[in-house]
Design a protein around this ligand. Structure first.
Ligand code: C2E
Ligand code: CA
Ligand code: CA
Length: 477
């Protein structure tokens, strides 16, 4: 019998080899866990980003993102365990509905990705049909989840986005970003729908990134004071044609459409920084204006995002007090919005009125006007949104004063008058409309018929010449 005599070194080698094997197995398991979603067991975002480029090279060319929108509600009512069960159920269902060539994975909190290879000139149509099919089944079929020995029927609300390789992204990271953008867009539209990534949307996002970078750079480098400036749009009493006030609007030298800047500044928390600069720049013109016409008031816009950042907002508004401006001449135009539900708006608005500012509801009649909230606030006036006025001239010309839009405006005005609110109409562009709204006995109008937004110097000039000119437009253009 051959006796195997192992040297010490050989034994050590065997032990090392065994350890390496064990280590490799553990490592493989860890890797698997790293690339798997803990709840659904599906591949995760990391997997997609790590392996995705190789898969694109292999012929995968269509990426969809499915976003389960009402998961948070289930989470709040039933807790994590149930939500996890629901997610697993949805994952199973998507797997069932997906074609053989489709790889599916989880992204994060209730979102899934589907990567498929569609080799057909009708690729877009096929991809859309397949997503439509998934949405249809998931939102109409009864999904049952067992909770505490009872079958709970789950109703699901979804939105989805689709992006194609290579058109919408030249690698997996870009493609995923595009599909997520498309899903967000579908979410903004309506429930249980999808959208295909749109290249113009990408441009919009790139531009927003550029705006944010430029704003941050200017704030950091102290250049912002030179870039942000106010323009002034005069408001007029339509019966007397006397100036009642002026809206102070923000402008940025680097980009013309201010609402785009406001949007980015709101989302990035920079809005109150810009507001502070606007106030500082406007104050000298306000002083000058009050010397010419002591009766006018100054409207400044405040968005719900600004209210949410209460301390920053108060700091900005305190500039009026520090500079000894007459605070009661300042009207804060606040847009009613769903967002106000999430913050303690009432408390902040009370602080503002206690300081002496007047509150105006801006864009009234558009979107989310809630009478319930308004009645609880200490409101000075209401500015009727342009959209309620736009169709009035055409309607009245065609149907006379019984035109529904006009009757609506008349009754709304009556109601607001009875509530003792100051009433402003905005977007008044022609004489016909001025005469119509004059009949309603409102306090002031704002619009291109009388005045356009002008820079500070022109504004002061307009105030001086108002009796003769009764209009105020920029000198050039
Ligand atoms: P807004 O508060 O509804 O302001 C009125 C907008 O309508 C202004 O646009 C004004 O130039 C325009 N406008 C006035 N009269 C007429 C008219 O007769 N016809 C038409 N078609 N438009 C008219 P602007 O200056 O581009 O501002 C757009 C929006 O950006 C504002 O809408 C406001 O929501 C926001 N915004 C402007 N400045 C500020 C600011 O300092 N802070 C905040 N938070 N938002 C601001
Ligand atoms: Ca406004
Ligand atoms: Ca408006």
């Amino acid at each position: 019998m051959l006796k195997l005599k192992l040297s010490k070194d050989a034994i050590l080698l065997v032990i090392i080899e065994a350890s390496v094997k064990k280590f490799e197995t553990i490592n493989r398991k860890l890797q698997q866990q790293l690339y798997r979603d803990i709840v659904t067991g599906l591949y995760n975002r990391k997997f997609l980003l790590k392996r995705g480029d190789a898969l694109l090279n292999e012929g995968y060319n269509t990426l969809a993102v499915i976003d389960v929108r009402n998961l948070r509600a289930y989470n709040e009512i039933f807790g994590h365990d149930t939500t996890d069960k629901i997610l697993r159920k949805i994952a199973e269902k998507i797997k069932e509905l997906c074609s053989d060539t489709c790889i599916i994975g989880s992204l994060d909190a209730g979102r899934f990705w589907l990567l498929s290879s569609i080799d057909d000139i009708e690729r877009e149509e096929i991809a859309k049909k397949s997503i439509e099919n998934i949405i249809k089944h998931l939102t109409t079929e009864e999904l049952r989840v067992n909770i505490n020995d009872e079958d709970l029927i789950i109703l699901i609300a979804l939105s989805a986005g689709i992006a194609f390789y290579p058109e919408h992204g030249k690698n997996i990271a870009e493609l995923l970003r595009a599909a997520e953008i498309a899903a967000d867009r579908a979410k903004a539209e309506k429930i249980n729908t999808y959208s295909v990534f749109d290249i113009t949307y990408k441009k919009l996002i790139e531009e927003n990134i550029w705006i944010e970078e430029q704003l941050r750079k200017a704030i950091k480098g102290g250049k912002i004071e030179k870039q942000i400036y106010p323009v002034f749009q005069i408001k007029v009493n339509p019966s007397t044609e006397k100036i009642t006030g002026v809206e102070v609007l923000m402008r940025w030298r680097l980009y013309p459409q201010i609402y785009r800047i406001i949007n980015v500044a709101e989302k990035t928390g920079l809005i109150n920084d810009l507001f502070k600069i606007l106030i500082r720049q406007a104050i000298p013109y306000m002083r000058e204006a009050l010397k010419i016409n002591p009766d006018i008031h100054f409207g400044f816009n405040i968005s719900p995002y600004q209210l949410a950042l209460k301390d920053d907002l108060l700091e900005a508004l305190d500039l009026f007090i520090e500079e000894k401006c007459e605070v009661e001449k300042v009207e804060l135009e606040i847009t009613e919005s769903e967002l106000l539900k999430n913050i303690d708006a009432e408390q902040i608005l009370n602080t503002l009125t206690e300081k002496g500012f007047k509150l105006i509801i801006d864009d009234f009649g558009k979107g989310y006007s809630s009478f319930d909230r308004i009645k609880r606030w200490n409101i000075h006036g209401v500015k009727i949104d342009k959209s309620l006025i736009d169709d009035i001239p055409e309607g009245v010309k065609r149907y006379g004063k019984t035109y529904k839009g006009f009757l609506f405006l008349k009754n709304l005005t009556e109601f607001l008058k009875n509530m003792n609110y100051k009433i402003t109409f905005e977007g008044i562009e022609d004489e016909f409309t001025v005469n119509l709204v004059k009949e309603l006995g409102i306090d002031e109008v704002q619009g291109y018929y009388y005045a356009k937004p002008v820079d500070g110097n022109r504004f002061i000039e307009c105030l001086k010449n108002w009796e003769e000119e009764r209009r105020c437009f920029p000198l050039q253009g």
